[in-house]
Design a protein around this ligand. Structure first.
Ligand code: NDP
Length: 247
């Protein structure tokens, strides 16, 4: 499962699931570019944790929804490290609200970050991967994109869109040795789920066959598998990491 010599770019690596993915890929030997948009201290902490564990990481700030910023960042990773081998499109936001009251700005922000961001980053690294005739792209989706969720029309649409993006790009790049897959988490213990009232958490757990929330490591493990040699024959798929709540 070694990723020695590989360069990984993880968007939204400053916290939560993204941080766990950064730590896991670095532990496997990759040089990990940890992206963030606003919380530099948190992203620097991800890099510090990687270095303390003996891994290699660098910080890279950009907004995944900003086409020019994405291109510039990927170009500089190309110059500095020889290009991205592994891209994990993890950056994501929620702006929940019922459809009737959802503001245009909330729709646009979620689509731009969660869906367009993955398109922009994939496009920016595809040429680098093509040159190497090897690449791995993993899009972090959500159970909401498969089962839907009231109050999340924007988020569910963006995540469902990621499934189409995953399959189309997988078909386009398969002949170049590049695989493209998704990982769709269910309820994962993060800042987001910690904010739910305890009663709600217990109610949700009753709907989950495995009866507990997942950990960020559960998601990182699925990503690790897909980008490793063990995952080389898998493309265009989504692995559901949700305790069985959606099958
Ligand atoms: P967090 O809210 O903890 O972290 C979000 C990350 O995305 C941060 O690193 C943030 O950077 C970054 N980010 C946000 N907007 C941008 C942007 N425009 N450009 C670059 N980076 C950006 O997220 P989670 O760990 O909870 O979720 C990670 C992914 O997993 C998301 O795609 C989410 O939809 C998905 N997911 C999460 C679930 C959960 O239970 N937590 C369940 C299902 C899916 P900064 O720190 O600088 O703001």
């Amino acid at each position: 499962m070694s990723l020695a010599g590989k360069v990984a770019l993880v968007t939204g690596g400053s916290r939560g699931i993204g941080r766990a993915i950064c730590l896991r890929l670095a532990a496997m030997g990759a040089l990990v570019y940890t992206n963030y948009v606003s919380r530099q201290e948190a992203a620097a902490e991800t890099v510090r944790l990687i270095e303390v564990a003996g891994g290699k990481a660098r910080l890279v700030a950009f907004d995944v929804a900003d086409s020019e910023a994405v291109l510039a960042a990927c170009k500089s990773i190309g110059e500095e490290a020889g290009g991205v081998d592994i891209l994990v499109n993890n950056a994501g936001i929620t702006r929940d609200g019922l459809l009737a009251r959802m503001k245009d700005a909330d729709w646009d922000a979620v689509i731009d970050t969660n869906l367009k961001g993955a398109f922009l980053c994939s496009r920016a690294v595809a040429r680098q991967m093509m040159k190497k005739r090897w690449g791995r792209i993993v899009n972090i989706s959500s159970v909401s994109g498969f089962a839907g969720n009231p109050g999340q029309a924007n988020y569910a649409a963006a995540k469902a869109g990621l499934t189409g993006l995953t399959k189309a790009v997988a078909r386009e790049y398969a002949s170049r040795g590049i695989t493209v897959n998704g990982v769709a988490p269910g309820y994962i213990e993060t800042e987001m789920t910690a904010q739910l009232p305890l009663e709600t958490q217990e109610q949700i757990k009753k709907e989950i066959p495995l009866a507990l929330f997942g950990s960020v490591e559960d998601v990182a493990g699925a990503v690790a598998y897909l980008v490793s040699e063990d995952g080389r024959y898998i493309t265009g798929q989504t692995i559901h990491v949700n305790g069985g709540m959606y099958m």
